[in-house]
Each structure stands twice: as C-alpha cells, then as structure tokens.
Design a protein around this ligand. Structure first.
Ligand code: SF4
Length: 469
C-alpha cells in the first residue's frame, strides 16, 4: 500500500535561520554547475536518437525561451536581453523557427508533445500574431497533444499583455498561465523598477478564467527592498482574494556580484534577516490559512489543483520549470540559454544571442554544454526526487530499481542526516526516512546531504547558489 504523503508545512524561525545556507534548488540533479562543454551537438543528437529507441518512447515537453524584456526589474537574476527594439523579436524568431525545424527532425514523428512552456525573459514581448505564428510553427513540426490532458503554459507579464491576447492564446491551445506580480506596494514597485497595477493584473486573471485556462498561477517575491509585513500582507490578501490556483512565492536572493541589475537596489532598503523570516512566516500563515497546500520549494496550490493531487498521490515530479505532474517527458529546449533533458542527459543552448545566432545560421544546433549522467548521478537523482517531491525516501523502493543495498551505498549520507534528525527536520523509519512539516520547508537542506558534488561547490569563493530563505 502506498504511504500517505506528508503535505503539511511548519515554520520555525530558529531552525529556518540556522539552516539558511546557500544551496541548489534541485530543478535538476546534477545541477547546471556540473554541465561541461564536452557535451555538444554530437552528444545531443546521440541522446535524442537513444530516446526514440526507448520502449515506449516518452512523450515530449517543449520549453521555448523568449529572452527579451522592455525594462529591467532590478531584482531579476534571469538570462534576458533588455530592449525596446521590437525588430529584435523578428530576428530572434527567424533563428527560433530554424531551430524548431532542426530539433523536430531528431524525434520520431509519433511522439506527442504533452507539455509546452513559454518562459523568459518576457514571452509577451512577442506581439499576439508572433505568438500565434510561433504556436503554429510548433504545431507543424511537432505533434502537439490536442486533448485536455495537455499542459501548455505561458509566463505573462501583465504590463505587456492585453486582454485580447489572453483570448487569442487560449484559442491557439494554451491552457495555463503564470503571472508575475512580485508585490503590489507602490514603493516596493518603485524600488525594483516594476510598476504594475493590481487592476491590470486581475483583469488578465479574470479574462483567463473566462477563456477557459485550467490553471492560473501567480508569482510573488519576499525580501524585496522596502517590503515589510504590513505591505506584504496587503499584497498577499489582494492576490489570495482572486483565488489563483497556484502561488509561487520566491525568496529574493541579493547577489549583485552575479546579477548586475541588483546593484541598483540599495542595500539599506533590503529587509533585515529577521524581517525576511517574518515575511516567510506571514506567507505560509496566510496561504495555508486560505486553504492552499504547500507543494514544496516556494510553491503552493489549491487542494483541487493537479499539483496538490499529485503530491497527495506521490506522483509529483520536479523539473527545470519547477514542479510538474508530467514525470516521464523528454524535455526539448528551444531558444537562447534554454536547458533540456533527454533521457539521462541534460543540454543547454548558448547563453548569448550572438553565439546562439551564429550556431543556428551555420546550420548547427545551439547546444554548447551539457552532461550525460553516470550511474551514481542517476541513483542520487532518484533519491533527491523522492526528497523534493514525496518528502520520503523508502530504501526498498530505491532498491527495486537499483542493484544496491541503500544502507551500504549511502552510509555516509545517512550519517550526515543525524543533525537534521536531532533538529526535527527528518524522522528515520525502519528502512527509510521522511521529512517532517518543518523538514519540508527546508527540503533542499535534506537533499544536499545526497549531493555528491556539493562539497566542491561550497569551496567556491563566492556563493554560487542562493540561500534557502
Ligand atoms: S523579472 Fe521578468 S520581466 Fe523583469 S527583467 Fe526579469 S525576466 Fe524581465
């Protein structure tokens, strides 16, 4: 019988403070830091061919990256190009269409695309006709699933999307959207250079519902300059009042040495560590109090949402876009800097437009680095998936798929859980362990115990990962 998944979450200021250390978010294992440039086009083509030979081949998931934004949000750590020149979009689409053709040739024609995501940057930097055209092109080259089980989503910036575009995208087949909000407070918006009214945001949400989108998600950020509990409580109340299906509430990571726009944030405006913890506590209180389920790693969903159902049933999955219910897809990444996953390998496209255009213009795929997982990587990936998505690791379940005795293979890792057990993050079972409600909030600290590569990262002079809170 399947074990009941732990779905509650608990805040403990002292433990959250003590465990607030840099660490990966485990949207993949190994993380992108391990990618190397001996994995290129030839390796990618071989990996694609191998996935066609699987019995049966997995469905496909497409990720399409649109890197442009009209203005910089100062907190942003994404790979993007700031421009108001719309011609850039035209130039980009020429290359993207060529890449779509080249990538589609690699996969068996009968493989359906069950999942599609437009991310950025700002996908709605493209005008509605460009987006419609892009969807048509994808449909010509890939077999896009037509029924209701498809999960086709787009990140919407309400400042660059009108209501007719919402309808047009629904007619073109999209059925999920996530809306960037971050904070509605005018002073916070000023401090991060992102002015966006609640009215325009809520009008899009309402239109999405009428147009039949199955899931609407909103993104907030805590720890932004000028934020405090009173202001953020107002933002949370306003957003909760609109009853989105999902919330993603991220912690602002101030890493100006890595992300240049963050240099424009005054450090004296950033909430203190104690205030930031209080903002996290407030977020958990408000969202769980309003009936949202904590999915893990900043994500909350209504109990009726597919993610919450998958969490309860133990079928949740984690990938580069966060949490997903589609566990079995091969992820084909399109566009500059995008990251894909084919079978047991990861691949990333060139990060600059110049390099991306050069590769495509010379008739090549734009893959410039990646990783083929070894057996140890694959085994650890399975354990880390269980920690991040099931909050529980059962040794027998892992042993069913791997020729190891868990206690022997992971003796060092199990020993490293001892302080987390003593602190109440983890409870040991007869042959396994599970995360407690406070352990779920700090799940990446548990996953870090099973990360082979982490010790090397931690010796880096500057933090390469954001902190947990
Ligand atoms: S937060 Fe989004 S819209 Fe703002 S700069 Fe970053 S990618 Fe662009």
């Amino acid at each position: 019988m399947a074990a009941t998944m732990e779905t509650s979450v608990k805040f403990d200021a002292d433990l959250v403070r003590r465990y607030d250390r840099p660490g990966p978010r485990y949207t993949s294992y190994p993380t992108a830091v391990q990618f190397h440039d001996s994995f290129r086009e030839a390796e990618y083509r071989a990996a694609a061919a191998a996935t066609n030979g699987a019995t049966p081949p997995a469905p496909l998931s497409l990720y399409v990256h649109v890197p442009f934004c009209a203005s910089p949000c100062f907190y942003c750590g994404c790979n993007k190009v700031i421009t108001r020149n719309r011609e850039q979009a035209e130039n980009y689409l020429v290359r993207l269409y060529r890449e779509i053709e080249m990538q589609a040739e690699l996969f068996a024609k009968d493989r359906t695309v069950d999942q599609l995501h437009f991310g950025g940057g700002t996908p709605t930097f493209l005008n509605p006709w460009q987006l419609e055209d892009l969807l048509k092109k994808l449909g010509w080259h890939f077999q896009l699933r037509a029924d209701d089980t498809r999960e086709f989503s787009i990140e919407i910036d309400p400042r660059t999307c009108d209501l007719d575009t919402v309808d047009l995208l629904a007619r073109a087949g999209l059925n999920r959207m996530s809306l960037g909000i971050q904070d509605f407070d005018p002073e916070v918006q000023q401090a991060v250079n992102r002015i966006q009214s609640a009215e325009q945001t809520f009008a899009i949400m309402e239109r999405a519902r009428r147009a039949g989108y199955k899931s609407v998600s909103v993104d907030l950020i805590y720890g932004l300059p000028k934020q405090d509990r009173v202001r953020f409580a107002k933002t949370l109340d306003m957003a909760i009042g609109e009853r989105p299906d999902r919330f993603a509430v991220y912690s602002y990571a101030h890493l100006p040495h890595m992300f240049k726009p963050q240099k424009r944030i005054k450090s004296e405006d950033i909430p203190s560590g104690a205030e930031k913890l209080a903002l996290l506590e407030l977020t958990i209180e408000k969202l769980t109090g309003a009936g949202y389920v904590y999915i893990g790693m900043d994500h909350f969903a209504l109990p009726t949402d597919e993610l919450a159902i998958a969490l309860r049933e133990g079928s949740l999955h984690r990938n580069f876009q966060g949490y997903s219910t589609h566990a079995d897809c091969d992820l084909v990444a399109l566009g500059v800097s995008s990251i894909g996953k084919l079978g047991d390998s990861y691949a990333q496209n060139y990060k600059t437009l110049h390099d991306y255009y050069q590769a495509i213009d010379s008739g090549h795929l734009a893959v410039h680095r990646g990783l083929a997982l070894n057996d140890d990587d694959r085994l650890r990936r399975a354990v880390i998936q269980d920690i991040m998505c099931r909050a529980r690791v059962e040794y027998a379940r892992i042993e069913q798929a791997w020729p190891v005795r868990f206690e022997d293979y992971f003796a060092r890792e199990i020993a490293s859980l001892a302080p987390l057990v003593a602190d109440g993050l983890v409870v040991m079972l007869e042959r396994g362990f599970e995360l407690t409600p406070i352990g779920r909030l700090l799940m990446r600290n548990v996953a870090m115990c099973f990360d082979y590569y982490l010790a090397a990262h931690q010796q880096a002079p500057q933090p390469r990962f954001s902190r947990a809170v």
